[in-house]
Design a protein around this ligand. Sequence first.
Ligand SMILES: Nc1nc2c(c(=O)[nH]1)N[C@H]1C(S)=C(S)[C@@H](COP(=O)(O)OP(=O)(O)OC[C@H]3O[C@@H](n4cnc5c(=O)[nH]c(N)nc54)[C@H](O)[C@@H]3O)O[C@H]1N2
Ligand SMILES: Nc1nc2c(c(=O)[nH]1)N[C@H]1C(S)=C(S)[C@@H](COP(=O)(O)OP(=O)(O)OC[C@H]3O[C@@H](n4cnc5c(=O)[nH]c(N)nc54)[C@H](O)[C@@H]3O)O[C@H]1N2
Ligand SMILES: [Mo]
Length: 722
Amino acid sequence: MPSASILHSNGDAMDIAVKGGRIVGVRGRAADRVNRGRLDPKDLYGWQANNSPDRLTRPMVREGGRLVETDWETAMGRVAERSRQLLDGPGGWGKIGFYTSGQLFLEEYYALGVIGKAGIGTPHMDGNTRLCTATAAAALKLSFGADGQPGSYTDVDLCDAIALWGHNVAETQTVLWMRMLDRRRGPNPPRMLAVDPRETPVAREADLHLAVRPGTNVALVNGLIRQIVHHGWHDRAYVDEHTIGFDELVRTVDPYTPAHVAGICGVSPADVERAAELLGTSERLLSTVLQGFYQSNQATAAACGVNNLHLIRGMIGKPGGGVLQMNGQPTAENTREAGADGDLPGFRNWGNPEHIRELADLWNVDEMTIPHWAPPTHAMQIWRYAEQGSLQLLWISATNPAVSLPDLARIRRILAKPELFVVVQDLFLTETAQLADVVLPAATWGEKLGTFTNADRTVHLSEKAVDPPGEARADLDIFLDYARRMDFRDRDGNPLIPWTGPEEVFEAWRECSKGRPCDYTGITYEALREGGIQWPVGKERLYADGVFHTDPAYCETYGQDLSTGAEFEAEAYRAKQPGGRAFLHAVGYQPSPETPSDDYPMRLTTGRTVYHFHTRTKTARAPELNAAAPAPWVELHPADAARLGVTEGAPVAVRSPRGEVIVEARLTGVREGTVFVPFHYGYFDAPPGRPRAANELTLTAWDPVSKQPLFKVAAVRVEPRS
Ligand SMILES: Nc1nc2c(c(=O)[nH]1)N[C@H]1C(S)=C(S)[C@@H](COP(=O)(O)OP(=O)(O)OC[C@H]3O[C@@H](n4cnc5c(=O)[nH]c(N)nc54)[C@H](O)[C@@H]3O)O[C@H]1N2
Ligand SMILES: Nc1nc2c(c(=O)[nH]1)N[C@H]1C(S)=C(S)[C@@H](COP(=O)(O)OP(=O)(O)OC[C@H]3O[C@@H](n4cnc5c(=O)[nH]c(N)nc54)[C@H](O)[C@@H]3O)O[C@H]1N2
Ligand SMILES: [Mo]
């Protein structure tokens, strides 16, 4: 049965093989535009998690402190009853929050979005996409007027230079990496630049590797722009015609000489010059940006910096010349476009009354029901409200925050609070589910029908190949059941949510997306059965004509201050008269909120390995993947290891002001003074007395603009352990 990969954002098309009602394998689909038959190791083996004997098969509720199995009627009854109690009290909508995912399907997000925004009317909705690609969305909105990826994967085939900004694509999107390697090993290979504090496979392949100090991306990008302008490598005509803010950009980056940048970033001035030349003299430059930028200090400013670089070189929307402000999760794009996170569906602007009116008409509800009086509550704030007690029901779907959020000791404390009613919807009894009041067993990929969209806007249909185990239900069915129990009504007293299955929701979503940047009106289930299709249909690249989505009536945001995150008013935005031009935004470098000290002298950064997906609920259950990376580690520079008296494989303690992990040392090409710990390892299968989740160490701090947490910069102390 046709589907696409669910363990990264590449959207590799595949067929699911079924025997005796069970999934028995997968293979890549040769005809698809995204992957041409290739698959990632996680996809080749990860499906085995579907068949795992410890899948949740019945709902559970907390009784006398323990979780016990029950039936759907009891479990959903409790969720609806608690919701009703809260809603019937004053300001009830403000007591209910939803924390969802980048791993459900488009239809599920849209249904959830309508439930939250038009049914309950809560502004407290977000996804783990806040931890993942909130910065991509913020940077795309601020530079180009709306979310939506300008580039296309075919740019890999056509470019003459590739710059990877904090993106270890070789381990995180292996099929895209193979496409890059095809070029590198073929005729006219593109030059390659890697910006990463570690010597990743990407860094080893690149012609130039800038091993920047974590948290200094803005200084680097400012310096590169300065050199490009200094050498006259920018496209003055494009800048004049299609952008706003060039003079101020030039003023802002002026102090960032190669020597100044070298001092901040810990690289050589000559390498800064070389990088500027590589970028400045290419004719078709492709950039990809990911977590080394998005989860690091000044995230949105750094990501906008890459947009700036492309805009001043006139390299947006051209074959081979473009930016991929990458997605990470398989369906992150859909959370953002369908409005299950803070955004309004269809990339609508919460500050624009006309956009609110459109939604109110579409859903036939009162405009005042739809939260739009302030920016939507971002995930980090939702958790704070839960901590402070104003939020009293938190419904978590398809994410495992007890391992994936920063400062886990705090998150465990919040989840365990008796006043907070926690609903967890998952496949397994995860670290988070163990702390829930109600656990809802979900069906997953291969067991339900729906669509999702990859990082280059390609939509795939994922068919239902097998039945879910036991009583597990598709997430959409769970949300629709809740809507029925809550009896949400529209302005005329008719059911707000009349849908019964995914295709009906998709039809409703098409209507909602009409005329917006993410227009799905040209896409149907039937057409998708032939293979992946990009939105909007017929546009391989956005902004090919140099006209951006910045018109005040159309744009998704009126802008934010890049250093404080403060939101601009409609008036101020209109006064800029963007008229379809893109914005060049820039700010100076500021150090991370936590930098090394005497007590915590080293920099910690965190991230991924090729064999595991996130908190490993799927990949630890695939024997091949688990065997390839069974336990966590810390990467140390050999000189740091020698100084600390640590040898390869020895146990070491890594401590931060928040907590400790004890993991094995690996001596690698990470920058001196920096250590790296993968964040995949939670505690469901941890040996006793060995804390090992990287997020025991990380801090509660976020980028002021995108509100994405800073997983890539903390201060730590490393010590040998016997
Ligand atoms: N194998 C695998 N693949 C995945 C996933 C997975 O869990 N496993 N998850 C998917 C998801 S959701 C995502 S979001 C993507 C993430 O994909 P990536 O962003 O490629 O993955 P990370 O390892 O989180 O971070 C990338 C790099 O950032 C570097 N880095 C750290 N700090 C800094 C800094 O300050 N500046 C710079 N320039 N670089 C820095 C790290 O050394 C790391 O190599 O992967 C997707 N694909
Ligand atoms: N230190 C550090 N922390 C990080 C990061 C980092 O680089 N460093 N990266 C961040 C990023 S980019 C991300 S994306 C997050 C990921 O963090 P999480 O979202 O917490 O990670 P997952 O393990 O993917 O959790 C998804 C959960 O959904 C369940 N699930 C899977 N499919 C379905 C389904 O169809 N329905 C339902 N209901 N459940 C399903 C899985 O069993 C799993 O428990 O972690 C973030 N945390
Ligand atoms: Mo992610």
